[in-house]
Design a protein around this ligand. Structure first.
Ligand code: PXG
Length: 291
């Protein structure tokens, strides 16, 4: 883990990095965040993550008081000072301290902080042999209430789904949207493969536009594999040839069973394995150097 947290323009020792209990990020989950990885001292898809952070902030009318370039520099500085070669970066922007009551205009300056740490989301065994997942009863937020494309500090929808998954003995859960179509998992996008074609739900199904998802779609195209964004049901997942999840934290994870139905022959699929390898290769080659 890094010794430092970047907080409002300064590197502060992690034990001393603190914000007020009156911050609306804490009181109401009023804020936005990103999760970014760096590999071999290169930050993966930095521009895309900073753009998404600013878009999330724009939707909730939170004006980030520094520029994209300043934030990128702060991310790179935080990585450099961590001394780590590989890790996970968590930039967070909160509404700031304010009076009680929802009103965001009664808050002073937004707080911005960046945490750098290592992160292995799942045991290696699940990457090698594939992960069993389940569908949970908790539906993904409907876009008309809280749009899932906002990466906000309100993750309770996903956290409740994650608890349900754990209670059912699984590490990850499929979340359906309000109409019963597959939306995504609690922290990852979902893909199925049938007859050599990849399918993933469109963002309007109720998912976060994943940066790992876009990367995997591009890598697949480079390998001559077509990806189609379309709505699908659980039944289509059960009968798919292959299934996998993508996310910055999770990376690319093969799925071997869903709600007790074995996917394919119960081992990570051939195309999934190729995509896992292509993704690994690409993460080592691309990215913004830390210095
Ligand atoms: N859907 C949701 C709901 C997410 O939170 C993704 C998809 C994948 O998006 P990216 O751009 O990362 O490919 C995410 C992001 C965690 C954790 O600790 C997971 C995410 C972000 C931060 C933390 O599990 N996933």
């Amino acid at each position: 883990m890094s010794k430092w947290v970047w907080l409002n323009g300064q590197l502060v020792e992690r034990e001393k990095a603190a914000i007020s209990v009156f911050d609306h990020g804490i009181l109401y989950g009023d804020g936005v965040f990103e999760g970014i990885r760096f590999y071999d001292r290169k930050v993966f898809k930095l521009d895309e993550h900073i753009d998404r952070l600013f878009n999330s902030a724009k939707i909730i009318m939170l004006e980030i008081p520094i520029s994209k370039d300043e934030l990128k520099k702060a991310v790179l500085l935080s990585c450099r000072e961590s001394g780590l070669a590989n890790g996970y970066i968590r930039p967070v922007v909160t509404r700031g301290s304010g009076a009680l009551g929802l009103a965001p205009w009664r808050c002073s300056n937004p707080n911005i902080f960046i945490i750098v740490d290592t992160l292995q989301l799942y045991p290696q065994e699940l990457y090698d042999n594939g992960m069993p997942i389940v569908t949970v009863a908790t539906r993904r937020n409907i876009p008309e209430a809280l749009n899932p494309m906002i990466k906000s500090l309100n993750y309770l929808n996903n956290i409740m789904a994650k608890i349900e998954a754990k209670n059912a003995g699984a590490e990850e859960a499929i979340m359906l949207n309000h109409d019963g179509y597959v939306a995504e998992c609690t922290g990852d996008n979902i893909f199925i493969i049938r007859n050599g074609v990849i399918y993933t739900p469109p963002v309007y199904a109720g998912s976060l536009p994943g940066i790992t998802m876009s990367t995997v779609i591009e890598l697949a195209a480079g390998m001559g594999i077509k990806t189609v964004e379309k709505m699908f049901t659980r039944a289509e997942v059960y009968t798919s040839d292959e299934c996998f999840l993508t996310g910055t934290a999770a990376e690319v994870v093969p799925v071997i069973s869903v709600d007790g139905r074995i996917i394919g022959d119960g081992a990570p699929g051939v195309l999934t394995r190729k995509l896992v390898d292509a993704f690994k290769d690409y993460t080592r080659k691309s990215g913004t150097p830390v210095e």
